[in-house]
Structures are given as structure tokens and as C-alpha cells.
Design a protein around this ligand. Structure first.
Ligand code: AHG
Ligand code: MN
Ligand code: MN
Length: 343
């Protein structure tokens, strides 16, 4: 905090955005404000996890695995419990729930739909590497129609999101979000002593071209020729285009994405033949690719499935997966040229 006092809180920032964005009503402000409460609860639990795991209830070093699962579920429950009562949601969609999450009858419903990955990077919980929460917000498609929960009201292309963002629970807890319409991408850092997210990264812009590529090279044997050629491109020496790029990959999408957003670069999760059940790769369209695609586009970057914009994909299922190439515009456009066979 500077000498000037507290700085700009997230609530102040959202309210100022609300004034700029006529359709960003108080309902939307309520939604984001309550989501932040859930993130603070998750952040506290995630940071405590390390400690509990080391000391454990009996003080002995305890096996961590069940703790990892619990935090996924804890985060999922924390968001559902906070969000279901606010009266602004038609329903929710979570990575952790096979079906849509209904708003219990005792609470009023609203026009927004919240999609979220409650805990991204779960495999990193017990090795103290940053993990996070990813969220995207839509408006219900056919407002005022029958009260049933119709997938048709819910499954929309990412371009229809009215807001998106993520939290990273790392050395500090940060939140990055955008409400689109050229209002920019803004980052806030949690000051635990105050319990407030304060503006720390105003109007984030991703460099046109980066010097970092992020991909799990352990999947090389499972990729097709075009994908291998693309990754080999970033590793080939060529002074003019600043290659080879540096490789950075921590295995938490949200942490890899956030680093590339600030420094420039490309994150790739290509289609692979590793798991016949997931021919288009591991990442999910509605709760991972779409929200980050909105953020990166608003910051001047691009997100593609290798053939076209992620944000244009017409979803056919809640948990459908997609290849993801996301980051600096020039790098992602090059990736798209390789994967779609134009190179
Ligand atoms: P989640 O923990 O929500 O399932 O997400 C994990 C994802 C993503 O965070 C990360 O980029 C990717 O898994 C890493 O996958 P690999 O270990 O296959 O590289
Ligand atoms: Mn995830
Ligand atoms: Mn997850």
C-alpha cells in the first residue's frame, strides 16, 4: 500500500466499470463480489493445506493424496455455497459436477450463468506450486422462457461471455478479470492484512510476440506430425525470430497462462493420442479455454483450437475438451498455421 492510503479496491474498480458498462448492472457486481469471497475462503484453505499436511492432525507426516482430492471438492463446495444464494444465477456449471448445478428452490434465480474450474492445477497442490480458480460468466440465452434448466439456454460460444477471469493462489493471491467491450484486463493482489484485493496490474496487455513456449513435451510421442513440427519450430535456432524460445511449464494452466500474459509467450495443450477418450487433449472448453480466451483477447492476444478462435466454438456438451493454443497473437497465429496445415 502506497503512502496515498489503501489504493483501489476491486469493489471500487467494478463499480467504476459498472458506470462505463451500462449493461453491467448491480446484479453483476454482486456476482463478482461474492465470487471473490469464495476465492478468499479457498485461498486460506490452500495456503493452510501445506501446513496441515506437514503437521497433520497427529503431528506425523501424513500421506497427502486424500488432501489433494479434498481441496478440489472443498473449492467446488465453497463456490457453490457462496454463489447459490445471491439471486443472480440461473444455474452453474463446474468442472467437478457432471451435470448443471441447479439453484435450490429456496433461493431466487437470476439471469447469469457461472462456469468455473474450482481448482486448476490440482496435481500441484502438495508440491507448493501455484494453483488457481478459473471462471466465465454468461447471460441466459432465452430470458423469461420456461423455468426448466435447458442446456440450450446454457451452452453458448465463448464470445457470448459477459465476464471472465481467474485467481492464482501462489506466493500471493491475485485476481485477473475482464468484462470485455474493450474495458481491458485488470489484476488485483490480495492484501491479507486488509483482506482486500487491491489494483496491482491495471490494463494488462500481452506482448504481440513472446519468447516463451509452454507445453508438456512428455506428450511428444503422442502428437501428430504437424504438432511436432510446431513445437520443433520454437526450439530451432533462428536469430531473426528470436528462437529458440525459452520453455516454461509448471503444469497449472492458470499459472502458466498468467506468466505468459504478463511476459508474452504461447501456452499449448495440443490434441494427442495419449487417451482415446480425450482425442482433443485434456483441457475443457467451458471452464478453462473459454474464460482464458476472453481474457487474452481483451489483453490483445489470441486463443485458437489450432483451426480457429476458441471463442467461436459452438459447444455441444458441458465437459467437452479442446486443443488450446493461447497467448501472444503472432505466436498463436503461427501455431494455427502449422496445425491447420497452412505451413
Ligand atoms: P485441473 O487440475 O483443473 O484438472 O487442471 C489441470 C490441467 C491444467 O491445469 C494443466 O495445464 C494441465 O492439467 C497439465 O496437464 P499435464 O500434466 O497433462 O501436462
Ligand atoms: Mn483445470
Ligand atoms: Mn480443476
Amino acid at each position: 500500500m502506497g503512502k496515498k492510503g489503501l489504493g483501489i479496491t476491486i469493489t471500487q474498480h467494478i463499480l467504476s466499470q459498472q458506470r462505463q458498462n451500462p449493461e453491467a448492472t448491480g446484479a453483476f457486481t454482486t456476482l463478482i463480489t461474492e465470487l471473490i469471497v469464495a476465492a478468499k475462503v479457498i485461498s486460506r484453505e490452500v495456503n493452510k493445506a501445506g501446513l496441515v499436511d506437514i503437521l497433520g492432525p497427529t503431528g506425523k507426516i501424513n500421506v497427502q493424496d486424500e488432501r489433494v482430492q479434498k481441496l478440489d471438492i472443498f473449492a467446488n463446495q465453497a463456490i457453490i455455497e457462496r454463489m447459490q444464494h445471491i439471486g443472480q444465477l440461473w444455474c452453474m456449471g463446474s468442472e467437478e459436477d457432471p451435470d448443471l448445478i441447479e439453484i435450490p428452490p429456496q433461493f431466487p434465480k437470476g439471469e447469469y450463468i457461472l462456469f468455473f474450474d474450482p481448482l486448476d492445477g490440482s496435481s500441484n497442490i502438495d508440491v507448493n506450486i501455484s494453483i488457481g480458480t478459473i471462471f466465465g460468466v454468461f447471460k441466459k440465452k432465452n430470458s423469461g422462457t420456461t423455468p426448466d434448466l435447458l442446456l440450450d439456454d446454457v451452452l453458448q460460444p465463448g464470445i457470448k461471455q459477459v465476464a471472465a477471469g481467474y485467481f492464482v493462489y501462489g506466493s500471493s493471491t491475485i485476481m485477473v478479470y475482464t468484462t470485455g467491450n474493450n474495458t481491458g484486463v485488470h489484476g488485483f493482489t490480495l492484501f491479507p492484512s486488509v483482506g482486500e484485493f487491491l489494483l496491482s496490474h491495471e490494463n494488462i496487455r500481452i506482448p504481440e510476440k513472446g519468447k516463451i513456449y509452454s507445453v508438456n513435451e512428455g506428450n511428444y510421442v503422442h502428437w501428430d506430425k504437424k504438432t511436432r513440427a510446431l513445437v520443433d519450430y520454437f526450439k530451432t535456432k533462428d536469430k531473426e525470430t528470436g528462437r529458440p524460445y525459452s520453455t516454461r511449464y509448471v503444469g497449472s494452466l492458470v499459472a502458466d497462462f498468467h506468466r505468459n500474459l504478463l511476459k508474452g509467450g504461447i501456452f499449448m495443450y495440443p490434441a494427442d493420442k495419449k487417451d482415446p477418450k480425450k482425442p482433443t487433449g485434456k483441457l475443457r472448453l467451458m471452464v478453462e479455454a473459454n474464460p482464458l480466451a476472453m481474457v487474452v483477447k481483451e489483453a490483445g492476444g489470441y486463443a485458437s483450437d489450432g483451426h480457429g478462435p476458441i471463442l467461436n466454438i459452438e459447444p455441444t456438451g458441458l465437459h467437452q475438451r479442446t486443443p488450446l493454443y493461447i497467448g501472444s497473437k503472432q505466436d498463436v497465429e503461427l501455431a494455427e498455421a502449422y496445425i491447420s496445415g497452412k505451413v
